[in-house]
Design a protein around this ligand. Sequence first.
Ligand code: 8OZ
Length: 364
Amino acid sequence: MSDKSLFAPYELGPLTLSNRIVMAPLTRNRAGPGLVPSQHAAEYYAQRAGAGLIITEATQVSEQAQGYQDTPGLYTPEQIAGWRTVTDAVHAKGGRIFVQLWHVGRVSHVDLLGGKAPVAPSAIRAETKTFVNNGFADVSEPRALEAGEIPAIVETFRRAAANAIAAGFDGVEVHGANGYLLDQFLRETANVRTDAYGGSIENRARLLLEVTEAVSRQIGADRTGVRLSPVSPASGIVMSGNEQPQFDYVVAQLDRLGIAYVHIVEGATGGPRDVAAFDFGSLRRRFRNTYIANNGYDLDLARSRLAEGKADLFAFGRPFIANPDLIERLMTGATLAQPNPATIYGGGAAGYTDYPAMTAGFGH
Ligand code: 8OZ
């Protein structure tokens, strides 16, 4: 067994991470024209390259996959070129970076989709809002995907994964969490299909597994991860009470695919950890490769969970916004800066690349 310190290197598939702290995906709504990553994104991510692994903000696999204003894509040559500047900047600082690929499904608005309805497993609207036209609005009524459209959804993920490698990413995280398309398929409360993609635990898991298999065939299972949020009510997800068997099955099948990691939101995304009775250890036991734990971690909790063997890596989200040098701050016990809520979503460099790293003697 290697040194089980949070601050010692860790082997993730073919990659050596410099430590066990991961930068969780963080939506920042700063993409430029053509949904190319922000002109400041390379600097922003490079400032945070001290993380053992960076997972980018959620990034659309297609036009139809967008659900919020100014979130980036990875399906045009310009977007690939924009992301290349990010991966080059992170690699120059010795960092590792995966891109999180998403399709929002029903969590969208006609004004983001050229007037078309968002797509979903079933025509069930989520009780949630999105950010569009510079304000919050209820999501639009979705339409149910036809069975014949599903292969094209899988194909957009496969193609975006190929684009990720062309853009220089070290790997891909499939966004299966937080109430977006793949999570919608997993839920009895969002998926009432009667075809091969609904009606049973196995059928509800089919799309996520097909997408993950397509991505891992394209770029290698050892460069593929999946994020799940079994008990999170994010984006209007309603619990059925059958989350344990559903997610036990999903994770066992992901293990069969041999992917590098599962990344588990343990609780309500960005909220309490104890929202529901759920045995996350059951997921851990079903998965042989890396388990990344997320949600509400601080240094003490990460240390104790690592010592107990409950997880291998720990993803921190919001602390990375105002602390580009979060690793050094955690190592030295320095005070953490707090982000300005007004500049989390949207805007330019302010609240994005202008949070300073510690200087000697500062922040203690
Ligand atoms: C915050 C705002 C918009 C989207 C997620 C991609 O929760 C998101 C997201 C977060 O996974």
